[in-house]
Every structure is written in structure tokens, then in C-alpha cells.
Design a protein. Structure first.
Lengths: 113, 111
């Protein structure tokens, strides 16, 4: 596609359920990033991929969070046993390897009741 | 560890210049960015500067980089109401190539 695509755009779930958030980057972009933006907060780095590998997972808040990327393209961020504090907008971005600009998707808004 | 800091709020009058400041900690950063987020919208790149540059100008935008002090600023000339948004400073590290964002500065332009 022309831009970074994220799905779902909105997700409401109950506490304790698992959720999967999907990111489809711009074709040919080798780097893919996940960030979290809570209400009134800045962008919290979660994880990024170079191709299919994740050199730095230090931003994942807990072991309930995991992410994978297959085929150097689509990435999935999984949150297990969701908690209310997981409620946020999860943003995905992609960029050409070692190039300047990150292109962001519209985000997936997660609400945990 | 890496950190990017910004003041959280700035208010200016329409027609005045706005200056948004940012400090960062990674001296080996390669790129430094300014992103804009309008209400209800995604992040858009405004401009970026290579770490070996001191200044970059693009129409109403001027970016100044002081590497010694690890200080980055964004100046918006003739600020308009449409410039009201959150402005994020970000740095790209050389070690792992991850991009770290600051908390964002909310710019309010008073007509």
C-alpha cells in the first residue's frame, strides 16, 4: 500500500484477554518500529525490527508484551492478559534502512475495560 | 540510557515566532527530527537535520543544532493558528538505530 497500515483502528477488550495488533509497513521498508502513546503522554518506544530481527526489545513494558515480524514485512504486537494500564494508542512506523524519515500509521487505539 | 527532553507547553500569539527546544543525551546520534501531531491525526515529519549540520532552514522553519550542548531547537516564523499542534523532537541512535522521541511540546497559537 501507499502508507503504513495498522489494524484494528480501535479495539475494546476486557481485562485479562489477549489482543493482537497488526502493522503493515510501506513496501521495501526494512525497519519497523512500535511505539505507545498514552493519553496526554509522549511516544514510548517499545521495540523495533531490522528485517525480521529485533536488536532492541528493551522498551517492552513487561513479559506480557511480545512482537514478531515475518517475511520482513508485516508485524504483530501481542499483549497477553491485558490490564487497564495497557490502554493507549499503539503506533507503528517504518523506514528505509538507515534513512531519515519514519512514516507512521494512524495507530490502533486499545481500551481495556 | 538515552533520553530526549522537551518543555511540555508553549503559547504564542499569531504572527510571532515560536521556538521549541529539545535536549538529548546520545552524543552519537545521526539524525535529529521534528515531528508534528495535529489533534486526532498521526505524526508527520516536519524536518530533520544530520548531526554534522548546525542549521537547516525550510521556509518558515529553522532548525538549530548545538552538538556540544546536545541542544536542538525548532523556530517557526510568523506562527499561524494552523501551527497549533504537538511537536515531537526525536533522535536516531547509531548503536542500534532505534529512534527515541521526546514527550512532545504542545504549541497553542492565540489569535
Amino acid at each position: 500500500g501507499a502508507g503504513v497500515s495498522q489494524s484494528p483502528s480501535n479495539k475494546v477488550t476486557e481485562k485479562g484477554k489477549d489482543v493482537e495488533l497488526r502493522c503493515d509497513p510501506i513496501s521495501g521498508h526494512t525497519a519497523l518500529y512500535w511505539y505507545r502513546q498514552s493519553l496526554g503522554q509522549g511516544l514510548e518506544f517499545l521495540i523495533y525490527f531490522q528485517g525480521n530481527s529485533a536488536p532492541d526489545k528493551s522498551g517492552l513494558p513487561s513479559d506480557r508484551f511480545s512482537a514478531e515480524r515475518t517475511g520482513g514485512s508485516v508485524s504483530t504486537l501481542t499483549i497477553q492478559r491485558t490490564q487497564q494500564e495497557d490502554s493507549a494508542v499503539y503506533l507503528c512506523a517504518s523506514s528505509l534502512w538507515q534513512d531519515g524519515e519514519l512514516f507512521f500509521g494512524e495507530g490502533s487505539r486499545l481500551t481495556v475495560l | 540510557g538515552e533520553d530526549v527532553e522537551q518543555s511540555l507547553f508553549l503559547s504564542v500569539r499569531e504572527g510571532d515566532s515560536s521556538v521549541i527546544n529539545c535536549t538529548y543525551t546520545d552524543s552519537s546520534s545521526t539524525y535529529l527530527y521534528w515531528y508534528k501531531q495535529e489533534p486526532g491525526a498521526g505524526l508527520q515529519l516536519l524536518t530533520y537535520i544530520f548531526s554534522n549540520m548546525d542549521m537547516k532552514q525550510d521556509q518558515r522553519l529553522t532548525v538549530l543544532l548545538n552538538k556540544k550542548d546536545k541542544h536542538l531547537s525548532l523556530r517557526i516564523a510568523d506562527t499561524q493558528t494552523g501551527d497549533s499542534a504537538i511537536y515531537f523532537c526525536a533522535e536516531r541512535e547509531t548503536s542500534y538505530d532505534k529512534v527515541i522521541f521526546g514527550p512532545g511540546t504542545s504549541l497553542s497559537v492565540i489569535p
